[in-house]
Design a protein around this ligand. Structure first.
Ligand SMILES: NC(=O)c1ccc[n+]([C@@H]2O[C@H](COP(=O)([O-])OP(=O)(O)OC[C@H]3O[C@@H](n4cnc5c(N)ncnc54)[C@H](O)[C@@H]3O)[C@@H](O)[C@H]2O)c1
Length: 339
């Protein structure tokens, strides 16, 4: 059983009250006896996403003293870092805020790990680091060429991690994913970003009567129906990859970079049609101009994660992903405010 080695370990989950972090917490906590400690400044996360009995500290990753206190108090064996600012477009408008929160914050975290002798680190990187990659699907060895401050913050951390391994013996895994989507099978937790920018929750808001239509940015791309193709990975599949990566780090004591994608991708129209089928709502769409910087196709393959981590996606169709998101959204029409 792949979770076995983790049972006695203490895992510090930074940003564990956010969308992906909360799904990881749910998966880890239901697998039994790991000690989970979440810290999050709740700038975007939701206290109500945290299951009863899980330790939680309201702290900011840019607060060195708070980190020192946390590491002294809990003595974690491994750290997973989900926290940070996540909007590619916002990062273009306010790059300094992004470099501070994502880069400076993670440096402080790594310094605390070094001081307290914590060796294992798992980082939420992003397929955005590949920019306008020419070869599709993007492979594990493709060359990063970030084209936004957000993506650059992720790539900078990847480089810092490589140098930190060299200097201090830190062992790390970077998971490069994009378009996390869907919701936990219980229907208790799901995606609740503010502002929401992701296609699936925005489309489901139309079905809920919270917006009139969904915008399709460009329908004249060189794709099967003219709309952009993106890779959608279910959030529980991402959570499983994190757990496998933790196991791998502890077992192999080696650093590694993994893409997490489906290698297939769906057009914007296919996602909207899936939402129509799942909800039974007509979901009107409006075609608007292309957005600057949107490549026609962005899909990533996960050969290395499949081979080395034995990672397999459970959610293989866009319908199953949208159906899980719908189960959450139709019972939490105002997100976590409904609990
Ligand atoms: N959502 C996606 O599709 C996606 C894709 C690729 C990569 N990622 C990366 O995955 C990670 C998690 O994404 P998410 O969608 O769950 O985002 P999220 O905003 O839901 O979660 C991030 C969490 O970090 C917390 N946080 C932010 N700044 C903090 C700080 N200074 N101190 C402490 N806590 C802080 C927020 O309160 C929030 O709970 C991010 O690093 C993101 O860049 C996300």
């Amino acid at each position: 059983m792949f979770y076995e080695n983790l049972k006695t370990k203490k895992i510090l989950i930074c940003g564990g009250a956010g969308y992906i972090g909360s799904h990881l917490v749910r998966e880890l906590s239901t697998q039994s006896a790991y000690e989970i400690i979440i810290f999050d400044n709740l700038s975007k996360g939701h206290i109500k996403s945290i299951p009863n009995g899980i330790k939680f500290e309201n702290a900011d990753v840019r607060d060195k003293r708070a980190l020192d206190r946390l590491f002294s108090k809990y003595k974690p064996d491994a750290v997973m870092n989900f926290c940070g600012s996540i909007s590619l477009r916002e990062s273009v408008v306010d790059p300094l805020e992004y470099y501070e929160n994502n880069v400076v914050g993670t440096i402080y975290l790594l310094q605390a790990m070094k001081k307290h002798n914590v060796k294992y680190f798992i980082f939420s990187s992003s397929a955005a680091i590949f920019g306008n990659a020419k070869e599709m699907p993007i492979t594990d060895d493709a060359r990063p060429e970030p084209i936004s401050p957000y993506a650059d913050t992720k790539f900078i951390i990847e480089k810092i991690l490589a140098w930190s391994e060299n200097a201090y013996g830190l062992k790390y895994v970077c998971l490069r994913y994009f378009n996390a989507c869907g919701a936990h099978e219980s229907g208790d937790i799901g995606e609740d970003h503010d502002p929401e920018t992701h296609l699936i929750p925005l489309t489901l808001q139309v079905a809920l009567g919270q917006r009139d239509s969904i915008s399709v940015f460009g329908d004249d791309y060189d794709t099967k129906d003219g709309t952009c193709v993106r890779d959608y990975i279910h959030v529980t599949d991402l959570a499983t990859a994190h757990i496998r990566a933790l196991e791998y780090l502890i077992r192999e004591n080696k650093s590694q970079l993994f893409n997490l994608g489906s290698g297939e991708g769906y057009t914007v129209r296919e996602v909207i049609n899936a939402a129509r089928n799942v909800t039974g709502h007509s979901i009107p769409d409006i075609v608007e101009a292309r957005r600057i910087g949107d490549p026609a196709i962005l899909i990533a393959e996960s050969t290395r994660a499949e081979l080395i981590l034995g990672w397999k996606r459970k959610y293989n169709t866009i319908e199953s992903i949208v159906a899980s998101a719908w189960m959450y959204h139709k019972t939490h029409t105002n997100g976590f405010k409904d609990i």
